[in-house]
Design a protein around this ligand. Structure first.
Ligand code: HEM
Length: 411
């Protein structure tokens, strides 16, 4: 861990994934919150400079204000610095205003309690089955053999992807993501993403003819302002559930296991039932914060904490920092599963608040509950690999060994 970058805030490069592997993030964010809560980040390469907001209240205020800030010119550093997102105006996360609200309301129809209840039952059964198998093994990779299996299967349930197609879709998704792990080229990953969109397009045309109550049917037969949704809107919004809900949920599960290893007294608290699963889920979400930032572009001049943000400026919102803000959290650097209240911004805030928050929470709840019932002890069993990203935070590989609970409590 070298500290030169954190001693010179102007030298920081938050666009470079290596930064997060080399600086002490807690020190860096604490300094930014106290010394430069609205920090101007120098331009890097060909991109523009951008604002870095690190205080909970400022991050929350910008998330909430969709009048002065737009998502349609990108909502993460990669697209914001490029100047835009090709899915703008079509995919929920990068659409503003009336259209955003109308499509979101439509999608939420298939997130109703009846649909979710069966999806959640599936999550519980799948998690229990997987962990029952893993406790019998000497060692395994929690990242690929457990965490990677749960969210994508859940999203397929929500979308109503037929069982026979799942292996195909999972393969494509792995290929689409693997340019970040270096296993395939950028071109392979682009091709895989196109194949996923083609697949959803075909499925949508079937569902238009024989609809059910899954997300694809709702989008394929949905009407907004008297018009059906365009094909691009349908397929991009289906895909956005995978983009939004797969890696994020996965990283929170892996992050939970990592946190238990670093804080054995909290693992004891979970095992003994001294803390509720509900508060434990929220604290894991705060502690892990799998999406480090989101962002917006200003469409009007706005003053934030005394600094003038001008129309056209890129503004980044750092969830990782907001979730450690001492103005909001008592002893923010302590992992405390009993923490209440816990006003973390892990799912964002305001009009774009994560549409999958209920599911993300349900998946983590199932994982914590199953760990608590089936696992007596956790040990590291090899070197963990961190992801290289300026957006996602966590582990790509996480070898562990579990000791089985001799008489697991029933689910
Ligand atoms: C939006 C985080 C799980 C789908 C968001 C946003 C955040 C977030 C911070 C706001 C983005 C912004 O304001 O620009 C997370 C985390 C998750 C998670 C940390 C897991 C722990 C899920 C799941 C799904 C999902 C399970 C789908 C099943 C989406 C979608 C949006 C979104 C579609 C866009 C919503 C909108 O623009 O109205 N997520 N998410 N997410 N998330 Fe999640």
């Amino acid at each position: 861990m070298h500290d030169t970058v954190t001693t010179d805030l102007d030298a920081l490069d938050l666009t470079d994934p290596r930064t997060y592997l080399t600086v002490d993030e807690d020190v860096m964010w604490r300094r930014l919150r106290t010394e430069r809560p609205v920090h101007w980040h120098r331009p890097v390469g060909d991109g523009p400079g951008f604002w870095v907001l690190s205080r909970h209240r400022d991050v929350m205020a910008v998330y909430k204000d969709d009048t002065s800030f737009t998502s349609e010119r990108g909502n993460v550093l990669a697209t914001l610095l490029k100047g835009g997102d090709s899915a703008a105006g079509k995919m929920l996360a990068v659409t503003d205003g009336h259209r955003h609200a109308a499509v979101r309301t439509l999608m939420l129809r298939s997130f109703g309690p009846r649909m979710l209840a069966s999806v959640v039952d599936g999550v519980r059964a799948r998690t229990d089955r997987l962990l029952a198998e893993m406790v019998e093994r000497e060692r395994f990779d929690f990242a690929t053999e457990v965490a990677e299996q749960i969210p994508i299967a859940t999203i397929c349930d929500l979308l109503g992807v037929p069982l026979g197609d799942r292996r195909y879709l999972l393969g494509l998704n792995q290929q689409a993501l693997s340019s970040t792990t270096g296993e395939h080229t950028e071109l392979d990953s682009l091709t895989a993403r196109n194949d996923i969109l083609m697949y959803f397009s075909e499925l949508a045309s079937h569902r238009r003819e024989s609809p059910s109550d899954d997300v694809i049917s709702v989008l394929a037969s949905g009407v907004v302002d008297g018009e059906p949704l365009s094909d691009a809107e349908i397929v991009l919004n289906c895909y956005s559930l995978i983009l939004g809900g797969d890696e994020t949920s996965r990283l929170s599960m892996i992050g939970a296991v990592a946190a238990f290893l670093d804080h054995p007294e909290q693992w004891d608290a979970l095992k003994s039932g001294r803390v509720t699963l509900e508060s434990a889920v929220e604290e894991v979400l705060r502690w892990v914060t799998p999406t480090m930032h989101f962002g917006r572009r200003a469409v009007a001049d706005v003053v934030v904490d005394g600094e003038l943000i001008e129309a056209g400026d890129v503004v980044t919102l750092w969830n990782t920092s907001a979730n450690r803000d001492e103005e909001v959290f008592d002893r923010p650097g302590q992992f405390d599963l009993g923490r209440t209240p816990n006003k973390h911004l892990t799912f964002g805030y305001g009009p774009h608040f994560c549409i999958g928050a209920f599911l993300g929470r349900a998946e983590l709840h199932a994982v914590l509950d199953t760990l608590r019932r089936r696992v007596a002890g956790i040990e590291r069993a090899g070197e963990a690999n961190r992801l290289h990203s300026n957006f996602l935070r966590g582990y790509a590989r996480f070898p562990v060994s579990f000791t089985a609970e001799p008489s697991p409590n029933p689910a």
